[in-house]
Design a binder for this molecule. Structure first.
Ligand code: OAD
Length: 247
């Protein structure tokens, strides 16, 4: 029999097994094993530009061609990717839990592709465009260049949240509600530096939730999380599901 790559403490599996309400926060690290680049660290740069320079309303106003080019490039990578073991494990956790909400900062849609049901895409979805004037939304496939609205002719933009913009009110409310009532809060593959997403784990902990972090490296959340498991999300979450429900 093969030895487990990742050691999962018994306390973690016990807490997860008895949890009535599980909330999960995911970030780019969960899609890394699908070949989707993360924002910070290696591979986060595109044409020597940082995401913070491109994912802003100001960048779009100044150079919509450049911003659309970046999003089309990212959509191309995502189109060629498929969910990995981390996404599939989260589907398993949802199936085994009475109440479950998956909050994701990822805009790649891979959680929905994998089969997760209750998903809050708090930063939007890259596979949609939204009119910058009338808010008309359209699904995207293999478009290129700058897009204009079929309804009013104004410039379309990716239907994602940019730096300096507010999150959708209803989605944020639902995220707060899920975090506040979670007895088990799993944070996976996020640097935990972008607000308000990063604050949800602290809110869960304050309300008495047990916080498990999964990441390649320690993050600012590590000192607060009950347990941090260092490793690849795909491997750690697979081991977590196996240990919790199969053994
Ligand atoms: P980041 O790129 O900031 O962080 C990715 C995290 O995943 C890092 O902490 C890595 O250590 C970790 N990581 C990488 N590969 C991993 C793996 N295979 N398994 C586990 N962990 C891994 O991405 P986010 O935290 O998602 O916002 O970034 C948050 C937001 O900043 C994004 O949603 C985006 C970005 O700018 C907007 O676009 C509004």
């Amino acid at each position: 029999m093969e030895e487990d790559v990742v050691e999962i403490p018994g306390e973690v599996t016990q807490r997860l097994r008895v949890a009535e309400m599980v909330a999960v926060m995911t970030g780019a690290g969960v899609s890394a094993e699908s070949g989707v680049p993360t924002f910070r660290g290696d591979g986060g740069l595109w044409k020597n530009q940082r995401p913070e320079q491109l994912a802003t309303p100001q960048a779009f106003e100044k150079d919509p061609d450049l911003v659309w080019e970046w999003y089309h490039w990212r959509r191309g990578l995502i189109r060629e990717s498929s969910p990995n073991a981390a996404h599939h494990s989260l589907v398993q956790i949802e199936r085994n839990t009475p109440q479950f909400t998956l909050i994701t900062q990822n805009v790649d849609g891979l959680h929905l592709t994998a089969g997760s049901k209750t998903v809050l895409e708090i930063h939007g979805n890259i596979n949609r465009a939204r009119c910058s004037s009338c808010s008309h939304r359209v699904p995207l496939s293999d478009e290129t260049g700058v897009l204009t609205c079929g309804q009013c002719g104004a410039l379309m933009r990716p239907d994602v949240v940019w730096f300096g913009e507010s999150l959708d009110h209803g989605t944020l409310e639902a995220s707060h509600s899920a975090s506040g009532s979670a007895d088990f809060f799993l944070v996976a593959g996020t640097s935990s530096v972008v607000q308000p997403a990063a604050s949800l784990a602290y809110a869960a902990k304050e309300k008495g939730g047990y916080v498990l972090e999964v990441n390649l490296d320690p993050t600012p959340l590590t000192g607060t999380a009950d347990v941090t498991l260092l490793g690849k999300a795909g491997e750690v979450l697979t081991a977590l599901v196996e240990k919790t429900w199969d053994g």
